[in-house]
Design a protein around this ligand. Structure first.
Ligand code: CO8
Length: 260
């Protein structure tokens, strides 16, 4: 398992996967997404003795601060839609993984980072963690399942508020809303996640896989909201507003949206 942006540590069948782009607050660039795809699609499934996986971010500031904004500046609508679809497929492979996958959220979990944490089965957050879907600040919408999974965890009312205002919430509020399972002091998040995996590893593995499969089935409605999100994300990627929002982020200024 050779990766550029993922650090993998095996501790007695518990794999800790650290997204390792600390200087960009672990933002998900395409290389990292490809590596997550390879890890969850090819390397992890065949691994014998695997008890579970912990996903975390390098450093003490961020879990993942989103998709890498600098990389998708020039995308048109079709490319944006394709990129969102690829991200959905990768995040589904996490959500459908038959062993427990736990996000150890050690700081900012924004945009694609919040979406990544939500694709995991459980979330342990540090007291300084912050969650949010700030895409509308950029003239975008979430493109990795955020409009669907945020509602699943915290309900429509609060989810719509967070999606429309782009407000961040702290770990305590995320716990109160049901977005995270545990809040721990910084530095204890990986051990807490490992403790949960050890507890689950003592149960029947087939039963655990079937719990995951059955719980996921609950959310398959007639209308495919995930497909709708992919199309809608593509539509926002092609806008002048998005170019302006992303340029404003990079130039560290407020955006001037024109509604086009
Ligand atoms: N992408 C790229 N670079 C980033 C990102 C990001 N998402 N977040 C932070 N960085 C970089 C900064 O540009 C900065 O780099 P540099 O030093 O070269 O300027 C470095 O990380 C440190 O960041 P800051 O200086 O901004 O650190 P602060 O402590 O001042 O602020 C924040 C921390 C609040 C987290 C701030 O960095 C921020 O607001 N980041 C952006 C958060 C965001 O908007 N995330 C959503 C991105 S969009 C998204 O995730 C869409 C998902 C779906 C994609 C679908 C397919 C394309």
């Amino acid at each position: 398992m050779n990766y550029e942006n993922l650090l993998i540590r095996d501790n007695d069948g518990i794999l800790t996967v650290t997204i390792n782009r600390e200087r960009a607050l672990n933002a998900l660039n395409s290389k990292t997404m490809l590596e997550l795809q390879r890890f969850f699609g090819e390397d992890a499934p065949g691994r014998s003795g695997l008890k579970g996986i912990i996903l975390t971010g390098a450093g003490d500031k961020a879990f993942v601060a989103g998709a890498d904004i600098k990389e998708f500046l020039a995308l048109d609508a079709a490319q944006g839609q394709a990129m969102a679809q690829r991200g959905h497929d990768i995040f589904f492979s996490i959500e459908r993984f038959p062993r427990p996958v736990i996000a150890a959220v050690n700081g900012f979990a924004l945009g694609g980072g919040c979406e990544l944490a939500m694709a995991c089965h459980l979330r342990v957050a540090t007291e300084n963690a912050r969650f949010g879907q700030p895409e509308v600040n950029l003239g975008l919408i979430p493109g990795y399942g955020g409009t669907q999974r945020l509602i699943q965890y915290i309900g429509k009312s609060k989810a719509v508020e967070l999606l429309m205002t782009a407000e961040m919430i702290n770990a305590e509020e995320a716990y109160r809303l049901g977005l995270v399972n545990y809040v721990v002091p910084p530095g204890e998040e990986v051990e807490k996640a490992a403790e949960l995996i050890r507890k689950i590893a003592a149960k029947g593995p087939v039963a655990i896989a079937k719990v995951i499969e059955s719980v996921n089935a609950y959310f398959q409605y007639n209308e495919d909201g995930f497909a709708r999100e992919v199309q809608a994300f593509g539509a926002t990627t092609g806008t002048e507003d998005f170019r302006e929002g992303a340029a404003a982020f990079i130039e560290k200024r407020a955006p001037d949206f024109k509604g086009k």
